[in-house]
Ligand binder design. Structure first.
Ligand code: TYM
Length: 334
């Protein structure tokens, strides 16, 4: 009997992994595989709710999987899966969708955001996105979900769905909790530091974990270092750079530069150079591991096969329990 707490989390394969993903979520994924029973997924069905190109989607899915292994996910310690390869996710989503009131979905902030970004691409998938997400988590009956802050409304909706399901059909699912670390829950864009780092804000707004050292230097050099709302408060761009330095750099460098900031003698160019160097150094092991995985494709194939076997057994068990609870399927006793 496995007594470890079950964990699930997912990542959309839209382009390559960036520092927001890595610091906000994936670092916790890697840590939790040591102590928890973890299933992690590249959620390709979520990626088709906004405009996409089939050949890019398939390539991005593979790249994301390689990135995940390169960051330290160990197929012996966690199950790594591709969402579309486990039909149980979408099957449960249909069931959960049938007990989720439309009003709950229409209130979700990311739906409103994405609907305004792609007004010509409004579809049912986009509206029911959080139901599929709830299903990803609940099909494994996961209790903990390591994510960045932007996913909290989705998690809250998942909990509401759980309460309704359990109330109507009997105790079936645990209410999952978000796992976050305050300093990394929301990494900001380099170009618009009042918004979260994301690929949709353009190349210069994020650092990809696969970016080469020159690109990282160039992007950090172009990062906005604006003044705060008043001259006594630290601007969000500067705060973001300090945050990155604190995460990746030496404590002594951070303290020295912070003191310079407080005494008014900080040169932003120094902050940027030291921060860029620290990030480059911090990402070096990931860059090296990725090269190794790319030249040995069987590493990924084996990881996925192992992950699929583990995850599929769990998901099938949940679905048969759920179907029994809601009364679908034939009554075999007649
Ligand atoms: P996605 O693919 O947008 O992001 C993957 C993870 O990265 C985190 N993240 C950030 N954290 C801090 N600062 C940022 N700037 C930043 N940008 C992204 C996200 O919070 C997320 O944890 N809906 C999810 C995918 C998903 C999922 C799930 C997650 C599908 N099913 C089930 C958890 C459980 C999404 O779009 O994440």
């Amino acid at each position: 009997m496995n007594s470890k707490i079950r964990v699930f989390s997912g990542l959309r394969p839209t382009g390559r992994m960036h520092l927001g993903n890595y610091l906000g979520a994936i670092m916790n994924w890697v840590k939790m595989q040591e102590t928890h029973d973890c299933i992690y997924s590249v959620v390709d069905y979520h990626a088709i709710t906004t405009p996409f190109k089939p050949e890019e989607l398939r390539r991005d899915t593979r790249d994301m999987l390689v990135d995940l292994l390169a960051t330290g996910l160990d197929p012996e310690k966690c199950a790594l899966v591709v969402q579309s390869e486990l039909p149980q996710h979408t099957e449960l989503a249909w069931i959960l969708g049938s007990i989720t009131p439309l009003g709950w979905l229409e209130r979700v902030p990311t739906y409103k955001e994405k609907a305004s970004m792609h007004p010509d691409y409004l579809n049912l998938g986009l509206l029911s996105y959080p139901v599929l997400m709830a299903s990803d988590i609940l099909v494994y009956r996961a209790e903990a979900v390591p994510v960045g802050e932007d996913q909290l409304p989705h998690l809250e909706l998942t909990r509401e769905i759980v309460r309704r399901f359990n109330h109507w059909f009997g105790d079936t699912f645990p209410e999952p909790e978000a796992i976050m670390k305050k300093e990394t829950a929301r990494i900001m864009s380099l170009k618009e530091p009042e918004k979260k780092m994301s690929k949709s804000l353009g190349e210069d707004s994020y650092i990809g974990i696969g970016d080469d050292p020159e690109t990282i230097h160039a992007k950090i050099k172009r990062a906005v270092t604006d003044m705060g709302p008043d001259s006594t408060a630290m601007g969000p761009g500067v705060a973001n750079l300090f945050n990155l330095l604190q995460i990746f750099g030496q404590e002594a460098d951070y303290l020295t530069l912070y003191e310079d900031y407080e005494t008014g003698s900080l040169r932003y160019v120094d902050l940027k150079t030291v921060t860029a160097d620290a990030i480059i150094e911090g990402l070096r092991p990931i860059r090296e591991k990725r090269k190794e995985i790319k030249s040995n494709p069987e590493i990924l194939e084996n990881a996925l096969q192992l992950g699929h076997e583990k995850a599929s057994a769990m998901a099938t068990k949940t679905l048969s329990r759920v179907k029994e609870r809601i009364g679908v399927g034939r009554d075999v006793n007649i």
